[in-house]
Every structure is written in structure tokens, then in C-alpha cells.
Design a protein around this ligand. Sequence first.
Ligand code: UDP
Ligand code: MG
Length: 144
Amino acid sequence: MAKEKTLAILKPDCVRKNLIGEVLKRIEEAGFEIQGMKMTRLTEDTAGAFYAVHKERPFFDDLVAFMTSGPCVPVVLEKENAIEDFRALIGATDPEDAEEGTIRKAYADSVGQNIVHGSDSVENGKREVAFFFSEEEVTANTAK
Ligand code: UDP
Ligand code: MG
């Protein structure tokens, strides 16, 4: 199976709840290699651009308000089958629908404030990684 990259974002609720370490631990234990990471604070413009596909949805304004409410941590992850495996690790968008053992089931409060983002396709993974990281900021772990 081919290696894929996916973009995770530890969302502002994850940072506020002091869960950065806990979530990264689950990600590493699930076999994902962290190849880039930063802490940043989205603006209305950057959050709106990142979630442009949802612009017409009723939750868009709340989503932008939430994503700009505090710092977040975008993370580049690589693994075989990363897109699908990461979506499985985080669980359904609404934590009430998420499977036991998933990150959203464990930590998310609501469908809006759901701890973590994960790319939904290989193409979107590439686009989303490039949204936050330059090529120089993404590095394979050569010590392995
Ligand atoms: N969202 C929301 N209400 C909804 C659906 C989505 O507030 O009914 C928010 C939620 O934070 C979600 C994000 O919008 O993570 C993007 O929605 P998407 O359907 O892409 O879910 P995801 O891919 O994050 O599971
Ligand atoms: Mg999505």
C-alpha cells in the first residue's frame, strides 16, 4: 500500500483542554510519522479559506468563530493508507456517532468542537498540507 500524507489540525478545544500531548501520543502509537508541526492562530480569512468548501453550510460562521477562538496545531502525518486510517482513528464528525476508542469519542464535546481535523482524500491531504506548510517545513524522519 502506498504511503500517503494527511493533514491533522489539533483544534482550539484540543489546545484549551491541554490535550495536545495526549492526542499526539495516540497518533504516534497508531503508527503515523509526524513530518511537520506548528502552532498558529487562524484568522477569519485563513479559517474561511481552509473551510471554503463549507461556505454555504449553516454551521460555517460558527465553525470559523470556533477555529479562530484560540491557537491550533496543524500537523503533517505520513503512513501507508494515512487518509483512511486517520479518519478511523479520529472517528465520526459528531462524537455521539464516533466509535469507542476513537479520539473524538474520547475527547470531543460536540459536532462543532470535535478536537481534531483530518483530510478526507489524498488530493485534499496534499492541498491542506500545502495550505499550512512550505516544502522545507515537511521532513521525513531519516533517523528511522
Ligand atoms: N461541523 C459542524 N456541524 C456540522 C458538521 C460539521 O460544526 O453539522 C464542523 C465540525 O467542526 C467539522 C467541520 O465543520 O469537523 C468540517 O465538517 P466536515 O463535514 O468536513 O467534518 P470532518 O471532515 O471534520 O469530520
Ligand atoms: Mg472534512
